[in-house]
Write a protein that binds this ligand. Structure first.
Ligand code: DGY
Length: 328
């Protein structure tokens, strides 16, 4: 009997339980050795699959969309961000796009909080000193950083992750400020004790720490441009667990090198995993390999979301996590 289950191609290795469930439900092709697929391989998968499960790093641009076969009706992204997918072209070709929002907010907020602490309190410097074997013991003027209690945190993007960061940061005694395309509901502002700034420029000029939580879209590319970075206090820190492209990385590096900013803690970079060596050489930065949502729990829940999106779609309904260009 022919297999009537949807043909699903998954571009990267997923947690075992997620792959096992997919094998039960779908006619699935998995990527056991986890080697990123080339553009040609992605094009081939799109030509033959009913559903593609890509993830960040798979650049599904208009050229690749043009190779999609008539059967490809759903791109069920494993991940919340969809800036690697040309969602508008997908829509024009009648291909639905879904993502995995919500389930990674708490973990990403935890990592953000760790990074808010990391540079001012010199966590990595401390670890390195111990590892060097050169620590001479406690001294009144040794390893001094800066207090974060009572400082002003400016959150750019007050969605699920921004709000989860605000809750944590308020508990650490930071004053919460935010800029968002739309002001959040008054009750949310009240719960978080958050002050809204319609003008990003004005907010930036007054913050001690700025943390980025908006998606990367054409409208947020280099949102923190050289001009805006220059508005910040020379003692301020930047934390980015969203997308590297939102910050003009070269401008940031120039300012850090010149001592015009207090420091930066980055989980994401403008050019993916290619880290600018000048950035890595700076003393007042902490760099992480895009680990914001890297917990077993989050990956399993992301997998569940992908499965529910595919199953709902295959059953003829609108998948719960549909991304439409107007949302971006
Ligand atoms: C996402 O899902 O887009 C996140 O960046 C992964 O951490």
């Amino acid at each position: 009997m022919p297999d009537s289950r949807p043909r699903v191609v998954v571009t990267r290795k997923l947690p075992e339980q997620v792959e096992a469930r997919m094998q039960e439900l779908f006619d699935v092709t998995l990527n056991h050795d986890d080697r990123p697929m080339s553009a040609a391989e992605l094009g081939e998968a799109m030509a033959h699959a009913d559903v593609l499960v890509p993830t960040l790093g798979d650049h599904l641009d208009a050229g690749l969309m043009a190779r999609a076969g008539a059967n490809l009706r759903l791109i069920a992204n494993f991940g919340a961000g969809v800036d690697h997918i040309d969602v508008e072209t997908a829509r024009q070709r009648g291909i639905h796009v879904t993502n995995t929002p919500g389930v990674l907010a708490e973990d990403t907020a935890d990592m953000t909080m760790a990074l808010i602490l990391a540079v001012p309190r010199r966590l990595v410097d401390g670890v390195k000193l111990i590892e060097s074997g050169e620590w001479g013991g406690w001294a009144p003027t040794a390893m001094l950083g800066h207090r974060i209690f009572g400082k002003r945190l400016g959150i750019i993007g007050m969605g699920r992750i921004g709000q989860a960061v605000a809750k944590r940061a308020a508990a650490f005694g930071l004053e919460i400020h935010y800029h968002n395309r739309k002001r959040v509901h008054g009750s949310v502002e009240e719960d978080l004790g958050a002050t809204y700034w319609e003008s990003l420029d004005q907010m930036l000029a007054r913050m001690d720490v700025v943390s980025i939580h908006c998606p990367h879209t054409p409208g947020t590319y280099h949102l923190l441009s050289s001009r805006r970075l220059r508005l910040m206090k020379p003692s301020a820190y930047i934390v980015n667990t969203a997308r590297g492209e939102i910050v003009d990385e070269n401008a940031l590096i120039r300012m850090l090198e010149a001592g015009e900013l207090g420091g930066a803690a980055l989980d994401v970079f403008e050019h993916g995993h290619e880290i600018n060596p000048r950035l890595a050489a700076l003393p007042n930065v902490t760099l992480m390999p895009h680990m914001g949502s890297a917990t077993v729990e989050s990956r399993l829940e992301m997998g569940e979301k992908v499965i529910i999106n595919i199953k709902t779609f295959a059953d003829g309904h609108t998948p719960p996590d549909r991304v439409v260009p107007a949302m971006l």
